[in-house]
Design a protein around this ligand. Structure first.
Ligand code: PLP
Length: 501
């Protein structure tokens, strides 16, 4: 950033930090400061402008509250994507949508931190039949046990509207809590039913996080959690759980004194990585030493192809300091919006009180139907069908990548379960550019940068292999392969590192 373009005048209003934040906001608006560009440290900025460090700190704070820049613990301050600010100058005035009222200026801090539309775009892509979508993490819906679901729904409804359609307790329908308790080997009081595991992440953030608290989380990791913890005002400290360096984790714990560790231990989103048993035991021992609670978000645990994964952290720890989150989104259907959280009764009680404020209770009918799917053994039978189909689709994607992507342009590792292939573009191509070109060709995936709590992942991308039937996987990868090849050739020809196409 060229600080010579900034002109501050002590004799004029507004106050200096405001002048500074306004000028920086304008530079971002005009595109002179681009998304992802690193800004000088507050100290350097203050020195180069001849102002106090407080002025620079306050200006950065102001811009951060507008969602224009973002500070990352230990990594510096960066400009956010301009498109994240949906209209005009970030204050809502003079927005391109001609909004008559400055709503953006009225937003609470938490909402101003909720500006990344990636998750919304992924969910939208899932419902557009014209797009071959490898973007959302969805199970093979063709395997959904429709007949059983319909029969059970009929039976539940015939028992009367009060049971099927009345409000369930905020903690969940007793029948489902009981069924899940016996499925997971815990007491019903340890279970909280939720409208999706994303709600679980949000409840945890609201119950345990105060602004400024540090959190250690997977790097790369689940983007919904990154956004939720960021909105709660937490400082996000990334740990590469795939590398599993325990010394590094201990260093981070000592340096940042985190409030909690959030992780997905099995068939992780986005990498597909599963922690070996030894890593699970070592991390639990370390967390116990520092009294660090762990949130184990575990949506993919039952989705192995051949071999079941090691026990969860929750099971190994006996549920003392681990909160475990599981969902039916990846095993039945995301649209059911049904998930559960297992933890110590005391924290369940607090989470249920906060949940009450959120959605009062989770839909009764779905809870009762799924409870019977569980107790009748139909869910277990369905899982066996689903695993086989997911393994088939995984193979279909590997074969298609082999067939259509020229050697050396994309690297990835086959996985042993879950929904995702995590890939790296080898020719210097940016995944976000490829994503735009792919969207024009009717194919969707998620660029890697969205899975990092700091600017990274430029050349990585996530492909979900389970949501699309094999013939469509083949066609989607054929289109992707053609784009990757075309762009690699063009990089080679213009030598600039970026394709012209
Ligand atoms: C780790 C993780 N947690 C939570 C979710 C959200 O799931 P749900 O549909 O149950 O809200 C996902 C979805 O991709 C995920 O990967």
């Amino acid at each position: 950033m060229d600080t010579k373009r900034l002109h501050l005048d002590r004799s004029r209003s507004p106050v200096l930090y405001r002048q500074l934040s306004d000028q920086l906001a304008s530079a971002i608006g005009r595109g002179e400061l681009r998304a992802g560009e690193r800004l000088p440290s507050e100290r350097d900025l203050a020195i180069s402008l001849g102002v106090s460090r407080t002025t620079a700190v306050n200006a950065y704070r102001e811009l951060e509250s507008q969602g224009l820049i973002r500070g990352y613990v230990g990594r510096g301050t960066y400009v956010c994507a301009a498109s994240m600010v949906s209209s005009g100058n970030g204050n809502g005035e003079n927005g391109s949508n001609g909004a008559p009222f400055a709503w953006r200026g009225k937003l609470a801090l938490g909402a101003q931190r909720t500006i990344d539309p990636t998750l919304r775009t992924i969910v939208r892509a899932a419902s557009d039949p014209s797009v071959i979508s490898f973007a959302p993490g969805v199970a093979a819906l063709e395997c959904f046990p429709t007949d059983a679901f319909r029969d059970i729904s009929d039976r539940v409804l015939s028992r009367g509207a009060r049971v099927a359609l009345g409000l369930a307790p905020s903690e969940g329908q007793p029948l489902l809590r009981k069924a899940l308790a016996s499925y997971s080997g815990v007491r019903p009081e340890q279970i909280l039913i939720m409208s999706g595991s994303q709600q679980g992440v949000d409840l945890v953030a609201r119950c345990l996080i105060d602004p400024g608290d540090a959190i250690i989380l997977d790097r790369p990791g689940y983007l919904g959690a990154i956004q939720t913890f960021r909105a709660a005002g937490a400082s996000l400290v990334g740990w590469d759980a795939g590398r599993g360096d325990l010394d590094e984790l201990e260093d981070l714990i000592l340096r940042y004194r985190p409030k909690l560790l959030y992780t997905t231990t099995t068939f992780q989103n986005p990498t597909g990585h599963t922690w070996p048993l030894s890593q699970r035991e070592d991390v639990l021992a370390l967390a116990a030493r520092y009294r660090l609670p762990i949130i184990e978000d575990d949506p993919y645990r039952t989705l192995w192809f051949r071999t079941a994964p090691p026990p969860s952290l929750f099971a190994l720890d006996g549920g003392r300091s681990v909160i475990h989150i599981e969902t039916f989104s990846k095993t039945l259907a995301g649209g059911l919006r049904l998930a559960w959280l297992t933890a110590n009764e005391a924290i369940i009680d607090q989470l249920a009180l906060v949940k009450l404020r959120d959605d009062v209770s989770t839909a009764s009918l779905t809870q009762l139907v799924v409870a019977e799917l569980l107790t009748s053994g139909k869910f277990t039978a369905h899982l066996a069908t689903l695993r086989a189909e997911h393994a088939r689709r995984h193979q279909a994607m590997l074969s298609a990548l082999d067939r259509y992507v020229p050697p050396g342009l994309l690297s990835f590792r086959p996985v042993a379960g879950g929904l995702y292939l995590w890939c790296r573009l080898q020719s210097g191509q940016r995944a976000s550019d490829l994503m735009l070109a792919a969207a024009r060709a009717g194919v969707a995936f998620v660029a890697g940068e969205h899975f990092y709590p700091d600017p990274a992942g430029t050349h990585e991308l996530r492909l979900c292999f389970t949501g699309v039937v094999p013939a469509r996987i083949d066609e989607g990868v054929r289109r992707l392969g053609a784009l990757i090849e075309q762009r690699a050739t063009s990089i080679e020809q213009n030598g600039s590192g970026q394709p012209i196409v």
